[in-house]
Design a protein around this ligand. Sequence first.
Ligand code: COA
Ligand code: MG
Length: 303
Amino acid sequence: MSNRPMRLRRSQLAVPGSSEKMLTKAAGLDVDHVFCDLEDAVAPSAKPAARQTIVEALNSLDWGNTVRCVRVNDVTTQWCHDDIITVVEGARENLDTIMLTKPYTAADVQFVDKLLTQLEKKLGLKKRIGLEVLIEEVQALHNVWEIAHSCDRLECLIFGMGDYAASQGMMVKNIGTTGGYPGDIFHYPRYQLTIAARSAGIDAVDGPYANFGNEDGYREECRRALTLGMVGKWAIHPSQISAATEMFSPDASEVAFAREIIEVYRKAEADGLGSVGHKGVMVDAASARLFQNTVNRADLIGM
Ligand code: COA
Ligand code: MG
């Protein structure tokens, strides 16, 4: 039985770790999860200073119930270990999760898991720091099953479609859009990632949509991810947060209907029946299981 904490990830806001202004703004927003970035949003020359800016923001701002995450550079860079050590030693319990970029294999994730274990012991931290990883290289998609099951600390797989598209050599014009491909060019990686995540009992989250002026396009991507079994999507701009939060929350009527179906099935079972008709539709054990997912989401949100 896993002891991973359950956290809301309907919207994960990317915030450049070098921007004190944006970090301050992020702390005041109503968003499930914020990741303070040390990777692509921060220029190489600005990375050491950004670590300190992030530590200061985590320690001094009121983040409310928002999950506080720091995204670190990948294990092949000269920055990865210093990112983790500086941020964990500086922020200690004011940090909830670390997000690892560009792993290729389970061993890359296990490196970070072990480093975090060492730091937790050294600092005597009272809570365990969670781990989230991006699937954004073709090698990672190939190894996604092993990565999903790589360690008990792992809470979440994220589909990073920008780097992924580049890694595969896809001809898409901006991050999150699907080019001229018939159907959904990201169907296969999202599907694979979500199967692996669900199998490991962890969350699957959809990555960025760069065209933050196109709310309809963004909502359509949320709808696809949600339908596949993902629990949230990144926001790269504050204007995307409310759409993701809304799209990944069941509405009250959906929750009421889910509870109704589960009740109908319970009654059928008590009457010795495996399946019954309800409002013209068959209800059986699988229906109850499907609708239990909606009830679980509602419970986590506190609906
Ligand atoms: N987090 C927190 N605040 C943000 C923000 C973010 N990701 N993006 C914008 N803001 C703030 C701006 O500072 C501005 O604040 P103000 O009204 O107090 O001045 C306000 O929201 C409106 O921003 P806007 O002027 O519309 O955008 P911009 O031109 O300042 O920034 C981006 C556009 C794309 C550069 C910016 O949204 C950004 O840096 N996004 C994150 C990029 C990132 O992290 N990429 C890596 C992961 S994919
Ligand atoms: Mg990336």
